[in-house]
Ligand binder design. Structure first.
Ligand code: GLA
Length: 650
């Protein structure tokens, strides 16, 4: 429930309260976020008001009128630069006159209902869910009267999940051009008792290829802590999910705050501990970002998600899991348990053929597996990764009956059929690149860095997105395709769009995301029966933006049983296991060469969405029997694995 009590705003979920007020100066002072407290009238919150009897030491006084107000120590909802606050700003703008000082003050508030508007900004958003739990919302408008800028901050309450989301939009009401250098998504300031606070831990999830979601606990002292990605994707280097928690907290006890972003590109989460304040900030990474706002223009930041639990990290995870299942996932597959699949990659790599795949399908059928996935290697002249991305026509030597013929054969064996694509990429050795060299993100006339011998298509260009919609629609409509693995294997380098002028190059990384979301939205709406699985060299883009369109993500290219247990455990803090794909693979493991028993691999994979990625037809009779038993057991318990509540033990 949202209450406005005079100058006080109280946002209440089932078990948490979030409170701020408007100061006489017009600034929004953050007062409290944590366990639910009872506030009936404005005076009930008085114990939360700090006294500002005098200006601390050499702090800057906000103004002559408010000469005891220091923005350096004020807990705020929205911070900016130039008026005495020296910490990470929520908004950073170079104004029309060249100055960098801005100051947003309260102008009005509106309580309403409904999730953020999807069509307004081209970004994915939380939604009411199919149970129709429409969130209450609070929109506050702030203005910088000097520079003629306005800011709209909105909060959305998903009460039953103890989740609050927040959006931000800046508008240029002035007559001149303004350069936006940062607009973050959420800010949360916590008051501290001294100059440093040793009572809190920042938990981040970092790693790399094949070692996603490694948990790190940073015991906060003074200074700045950053978890970030500049890869162009949300990345395996630092997932946008993180937690702030009291030092005494554990899996089952204590106060824990969790944060995430509904976004798939560059991001930065930072925590700054300084005099009297811990400031958390999350949003698009300001590095490399720059957005020109002409008079009348606006810019919207991605939606941020935060949650509080007084029941330890398990409690926080349950809030996040419930929220993702109910308010992020959508479409016919959102709540439907997933088929058990056999994927060709680790067994065949690109050496696939209709003959080989039908042999796999027969072995899969005998084991009770329900879907066969043809991974990379089926199109163009793709014998290795140096060619053909962009040319999405089947290789007739490998697939004499094309995708249509193969799908029919797989269906006749009694299995559903799925296919691998990597739409966002192009090889230089491809007909697409030869026809449209300017469709890749490149700096014309300059040498380009390489990554898996492929380039990233320029999705800032609407014609590229339109082309991909057309080509993918043709492919997905060419057979009874029930599943698509959507891969993305290249980090951004040499970021530049030849369709944009020099002063707009700072938009490229974000405009790419807007293009990607239009592509995903159009195709998932056009093919609702297809189950899409996101992938990016494993989990290089596991985030809430992707999950708004694809209900599952391939968690890691590392299928080793021991490593996988760590990776899956990491994911479970912020994501339900029912959105992560996991496969039982061959022995010795391709990534680690470890010889883990089949049963260990299964024990991991069954907690996520179970699949197999091994040379099933050539396995021993005993292994085949064991796999058939695993699949049968999984089918009995699939509903529980999928919809159950997951508790991490000790
Ligand atoms: C990436 C994926 C793998 C596989 C290959 C195919 O590495 O993560 O699962 O699909 O691409 O090239």
């Amino acid at each position: 429930m949202i209450k406005q009590l005079g100058n006080l705003f109280v946002l209440e979920t089932e078990n948490s309260s979030y409170i701020f007020r408007v100061l006489d100066s017009g600034h929004l002072e953050h007062l409290y976020y944590g366990r639910k407290v009872t506030i009936q009238v404005e005076e009930d919150a008085e114990y939360l008001y700090p006294t500002r009897a005098f200006l601390p030491g050499n702090h800057a006084a906000y103004s002559e009128e408010y000469n005891t107000l220091s923005l350096e120590s004020l807990c705020q909802e929205v911070s900016s630069l130039g008026k005495g606050d020296y910490s990470v700003p929520f908004v950073d703008v170079v104004c029309a006159d060249g100055s960098r000082t801005c100051d947003f003050r309260f102008c009005g508030a509106r309580i309403g209902s409904g999730s953020p508007d999807e069509d307004a900004d081209g970004l994915p958003h939380s939604w009411a869910g199919d149970l129709g739990k429409t969130p209450q919302s609070l929109t506050v408008t702030l203005k910088d009267e000097e520079q003629k800028l306005s800011l709209e901050i909105a909060w959305y309450l998903y009460e039953e999940c103890d989740v609050i989301t927040r959006t931000a939009k800046i508008h240029n009401d002035s007559e001149g051009d303004v350069r936006l250098e940062a607009l973050m998504s959420a800010q949360l300031d916590f008051p501290t008792r001294g100059t440093t606070d040793r009572g809190m831990i920042l938990t981040t999830f970092t790693g790399g290829w094949a070692r996603e979601m490694q948990r790190n606990d940073h015991h906060l002292t003074s200074g700045r802590y950053v978890s970030e990605s500049l890869l162009g994707t949300s990345s395996s280097r630092a997932n946008p999910f993180c937690m702030l928690r009291r030092e005494a907290s554990s899996e089952d006890y204590g106060e824990v705050y969790g944060f995430n972003l509904i976004y798939s590109g560059n991001h930065r989460e930072s925590v700054e501990v300084n005099s009297g304040r811990i400031r958390f900030m999350t949003g698009i990474h300001p590095q490399g970002f720059e957005w020109q706002l002409k008079p009348g223009d606006d810019f919207s930041a991605p939606e941020a998600v935060f949650s509080f639990s007084g029941k330890g990290m398990n409690g926080l995870s349950h809030n996040m899991h419930d929220f993702i299942r109910e308010h992020i996932l959508r479409g016919p597959w959102a709540k439907k348990p997933r088929p058990v699949l056999l994927n060709s990659w680790e067994a065949c790599f690109m050496d696939i053929s209709e003959k080989r795949l039908t042999r796999f399908a027969r072995a899969a059928k005998a084991a009770g597996i329900e879907l066969l996935v043809m991974d990379d290697g089926w199109f163009g002249k793709r014998t290795d990764d140096t060619s053909s991305l962009g040319d999405w026509t089947p290789d007739s030597n490998k697939l004499p009956g094309g995708v249509t013929g193969l799908c029919k054969k797989i269906n006749d064996i009694g299995l559903d059929f799925g296919i691998w694509v990597e739409p966002e990429m192009v090889n230089v050795d491809s007909d697409l690149y030869r026809a449209h060299p300017d469709w890749a993100l490149e700096i014309p006339g300059h040498p380009h860095s390489e990554g898996r011998t492929q380039r990233v298509l320029d999705l800032t260009r609407p014609e590229v997105v339109d082309h991909l919609i057309e080509v993918m629609s043709e492919l997905f409509g060419s057979a009874d395709i029930k599943y698509v693995k959507w891969d993305m294997n290249r980090n951004f380098t040499d970021v530049f769009s030849s369709s944009l002028p020099p002063e707009e190059q700072g938009k490229v990384a974000h405009l790419y995301m807007i293009g990607l979301y239009r592509l995903m939205k159009t195709l998932t709406e056009r093919f609702p029966q297809i189950l899409f699985e996101g992938c990016a060299s494993g989990g290089n883009r596991t985030d809430l933006g992707i999950l708004c369109y694809f209900p599952q993500i391939w968690g890691s290219d590392n299928t080793d049983a021991l490593c996988r247990a760590e990776i899956q455990n990491g994911y479970s803090y912020g994501y339900p296991l029912s959105v992560i794909g996991s496969h039982v693979s061959g022995v010795p493991n391709h990534q680690t060469l470890r010889e883990a028993p089949l049963s260990s691999s299964y024990a991991d994979a069954s907690f996520d969405i179970l699949g197999y990625e091994c040379t099933l037809p050539d396995m021993s009779a005993a292994d085949k029997k064991a796999i058939a038993k695993q699949v049968a057991f999984y089918k009995i318990w699939r509903e529980v694995y999928f919809n159950g509540t997951f508790y991490r033990g000790r």
